[in-house]
Design a protein around this ligand. Structure first.
Ligand SMILES: CC(C)(COP(=O)(O)OP(=O)(O)OC[C@H]1O[C@@H](n2cnc3c(N)ncnc32)[C@H](O)[C@@H]1OP(=O)(O)O)[C@@H](O)C(=O)NCCC(=O)NCCS
Length: 405
């Protein structure tokens, strides 16, 4: 049997952890310059390693963050990232050992959930993670995509240098009105990495800020010129938008119109956009917004199920009693009576029963209970409870994260 030796890594091992992770995802090992930027994300107590025969075999880390749940409450949550196992040590339980240690620590630290972006969909369900939000990639030809005459917009857009961006953007992100379910708080190290891509990815980000008619900054866009084979009069230039947030439709739309108007750009491609962003409805010709991809975005693992359920809020609907099974964190196993105004543990028999990995997709409105029932992914003891759960967990807007980590 494989002997696992899972440890919380000291700072002296952070670089080895990052090297191992990058090798596992086929990325070049970070240069010294890149590591100076990347290391700002590494926090003592949050970086794990599993040693086999005295050698580091796998690693996982997390960032301190928070997650907005339906109803608007922001709960402490661990943003799990940089997960990798050496190619010659896979399928020996290294990831399982790391996940167990990490989730136990997340719970002991009082964080309500863990969350991540999955490299493959087959990996994390067994550890209790489920898809809570969806994103899409959209592509627009600058020569053809035009706003409707009465589309939202207005205000002013200005370019910022990287230093000013580093000062302004975190504050604007925090003030973007009423963060929706699925959005997360961005740790300082996240911003450092995001805005210093020239040291890690070899290209400098461009940043634009939108201000409203009173001069208040209320949105921003971050992009890189990608796939750039431009020679005057020949080739194509694509602007690849990594991050675009506005306090309202006017700010968001104005940033889009700005990007579509940048000279010598043939195409604007934006990743991780909200599934229900009304971009195609703002355009004179909706077909000019091409949806390149729709994909699972944020995976959420409820760590303190009672607290998570207690803090979610929904529109008026009848209650539902859910039975939850959790093999990795068995203290979560039990029944919960969920109402629009919160939830509590219950002695009532469960009307719907499920593995903990089904809970986040349901709570964030990512999938309806009736769909899970049709897919045999939840067990139904009371058939009426399925339509009650469909109504209870319906969110007003689609949940969306919009932050890659
Ligand atoms: C994905 C990865 C971390 C798995 O590590 P591992 O140590 O091999 O995982 P474990 O041995 O603990 O496997 C646990 C279970 O998950 C399954 N599993 C592991 N990786 C899987 C994958 N990529 N797809 C489907 N199932 C997978 C195993 O078969 C095993 O199943 P079992 O419990 O039924 O036997 C590792 O393969 C890796 O580093 N991959 C490349 C980098 C990467 O994708 N990192 C994740 C970034 S989000």
């Amino acid at each position: 049997m494989t002997e696992h030796d899972v440890r919380c890594l000291p700072e002296s091992e952070f670089r080895a952890s990052n090297d191992l992770f990058r090798e596992a995802v086929h990325a070049p090992v970070a240069t010294e310059e890149a590591w100076r930027v990347i290391s700002s994300r590494y926090e003592p107590g949050r970086v794990w390693g599993d040693y086999l025969d005295g050698e580091l075999a796998g690693t996982a880390m997390s960032l301190a963050s928070s997650l907005t749940v339906p109803g608007g409450a922001e709960l402490p949550a661990a943003a799990v990232t940089a997960v990798g196992v050496r190619a010659d040590r896979t399928r020996r339980g290294v990831l399982t050992a790391l996940m167990r240690a990490q989730l136990t620590r997340v719970r002991d630290r009082g964080e309500t959930a863990a969350m991540l972006h999955a490299s493959e969909t087959g990996i994390y369900g067994r550890f209790g993670y489920g898809v809570a939000t969806t994103s899409r990639t959209v592509a627009l030809e600058t020569a053809r995509a035009r706003p409707r005459e009465d589309a939202p917009g207005g205000g002013r857009v200005r370019l910022l240098g990287p230093e000013e961006a580093g000062k302004l953007l975190p504050a604007i992100y925090r003030t973007v009105d009423s963060p929706g379910a699925g959005m997360i708080s961005r740790p300082e190290g996240w911003w450092t990495l995001h805005l210093n891509r020239e040291h890690t990815h070899g290209h400098r980000v461009r940043v634009a800020v939108h201000s409203d008619e009173h001069g208040t900054d209320d949105g921003f866009a971050v992009w890189v010129p990608g796939a750039n084979d431009y020679r005057f009069g020949d080739g194509r230039t694509t602007l690849r938008v990594l991050d675009l947030h506005g306090a309202d439709a006017a700010a968001t739309a104005a940033l889009w119109w700005f990007l579509l108007g940048v000279d010598l750009a043939d195409e604007v491609v934006a990743v991780e956009r909200p599934p229900d962003e009304p971009l195609e409805w703002w355009l004179a010709d909706s077909r000019q917004c091409r949806i390149r991809d729709v994909y699972d975005e944020l995976w959420v693992r409820p760590v303190d199920v009672a607290e998570l359920l207690r803090r979610c809020r929904y529109d008026p609907a009848e209650p539902v009693v859910l039975g939850v099974r959790d093999r990795m964190l068995p203290e979560n196993t039990g029944c919960y009576r969920i109402t629009p105004d919160g939830a509590e543990r219950s002695q009532l028999p469960p009307q719907l029963e499920m593995d903990v990995s089904r809970l986040a997709p349901l709570l964030f409105g990512e999938v309806r209970a009736s769909t899970l029932a049709e897919a045999n992914l939840i067990e139904v003891s009371d058939p009426d409870a399925v339509s009650r759960a469909d109504r209870l967990f319906a969110t007003r807007r689609r949940s969306w994260c919009g932050t890659h980590f």
